[in-house]
Design a protein around this ligand. Structure first.
Ligand SMILES: NC(=O)c1ccc[n+]([C@@H]2O[C@H](COP(=O)([O-])OP(=O)(O)OC[C@H]3O[C@@H](n4cnc5c(N)ncnc54)[C@H](OP(=O)(O)O)[C@@H]3O)[C@@H](O)[C@H]2O)c1
Length: 315
């Protein structure tokens, strides 16, 4: 099989398209013929070394496809099942080995491609809007990078829960996409803090360094800052007093793995997403598909701010 392997950390050029032996499932594992794998910022962090991995390694943290082999002790998954997963490494490949306890069944009416597109960012948007801060009817919610992969999903889920959604974007084209996702008001990064000053119940910030301080200003007293990413770079160390000065704010830095660690929680979040897709309440905007061999181009596009919505690699 073919796979994208990194043997050293660095830029997109370290993503090598190589031949690998077909994998065999170990005990409790399944092998999946990958229909699509999602491209995510975490793949960039694995590639660059910001999140260190033992090398060489096949990267990629999200995918979907059809099970082609099951290992000993696997009972709930069978050859021929269409399944999807997130937060398991090795999906930038024609075949992926995934623990059976980490795959979810993909229902009729949801394609493997859409399932691959929604697992990681979708379940993240789910826990952010349902668990980290359970958005309520009438809440004022700020979503940074509202035209991005996370941003379009967060905007839609916050709207489903009845919020007023404010989004930030960098260009008029992205503004249009944020509005199509449901944002009520779309702002630019240089004036959102002043425009929203002290009004937001929650800020969802995956941009980080350049937006964090403004987000604290945009929050109302006792509002919550969910800093879930760092597309513009990490937020520097912080004096907790800042939270008091800006109105007794709450700050959290959540991550997906802690919200799908229990199998029941994984299944619930994934099945909610699939149901919303099947019933037309959630639109997953797959904006670009790249052949697996061109993973480097996908990474370049994602980090240079050229993309919107979801990027997929197709083996
Ligand atoms: N914590 C978790 O559980 C979790 C899970 C999934 C993703 N994430 C995080 O979510 C964030 C978004 O991920 P995504 O895959 O959906 O990406 P994305 O939002 O599609 O792409 C990043 C966007 O951030 C904006 N941005 C602002 N300043 C930027 C800069 N200096 N460099 C690059 N982009 C900049 C850009 O939109 P504009 O041009 O409109 O500004 C860009 O399109 C990432 O930080 C990722 O790590 C976290």
């Amino acid at each position: 099989m073919r796979a994208i392997v990194i043997s050293a950390n660095g830029g997109p050029e370290v993503l090598e398209y190589v031949e690998r032996p077909d994998p065999e499932p170990g005990e409790g594992e399944v092998v999946v013929d990958v229909a699509a794998s999602g491209v995510n910022y975490i793949d960039v962090y694995h590639r660059s070394g910001a999140y260190p991995l033992e090398l060489p390694r096949t990267i990629g943290s999200e995918g979907a496809g059809v099970v082609s082999a099951v290992g000993a002790g696997v009972r709930d998954v069978a050859v021929g099942d269409t399944v999807a997963w997130a937060s398991v490494l090795g999906s930038y490949a024609e075949k992926a080995v995934v623990p059976a306890g980490r795959v979810v069944p993909v229902p009729e009416g949801v394609s493997a491609e859409l399932a691959a597109a929604v697992m990681l960012q979708g379940m993240t948007a789910h826990y952010l809007t349902h668990s980290t801060y359970a958005v309520r009817e009438g809440d004022d919610v700020l979503v940074h990078a509202a035209a991005g992969g996370m941003g379009q999903l967060l905007t839609q889920l916050a709207k489903l829960r009845g919020a007023n959604v404010y989004g930030t974007v960098s260009t008029p084209e992205k503004e249009k996409l944020a509005r199509e996702a449901g944002a009520d008001e779309v702002l630019r990064y240089d004036d959102f803090a002043e425009a929203l000053s002290g009004r937001m119940h929650v800020v969802y910030d995956g941009v980080g360094a350049t937006t964090f301080d403004g987000g604290l200003k945009a929050l109302r007293p006792r509002g919550l800052m969910a800093l879930y990413g760092a597309a513009s770079g990490p937020v520097p160390p912080l004096d907790p007093q800042v939270l008091s000065q800006n109105g007794s704010l709450f700050l959290t830095r959540p991550t997906l793995v802690h919200h799908i660690a229990e199998r029941e929680e994984l299944l619930q979040r994934a099945s909610d997403l699939f149901e919303w897709i099947r019933t037309g309440r959630l639109r997953v905007n797959v904006s670009a598909r790249y052949p697996l061999a061109e993973a480097a181009r996908a990474h370049e596009d994602l980090t240079s701010r050229r993309t919107t919505g979801k990027l997929l690699l197709i083996p």
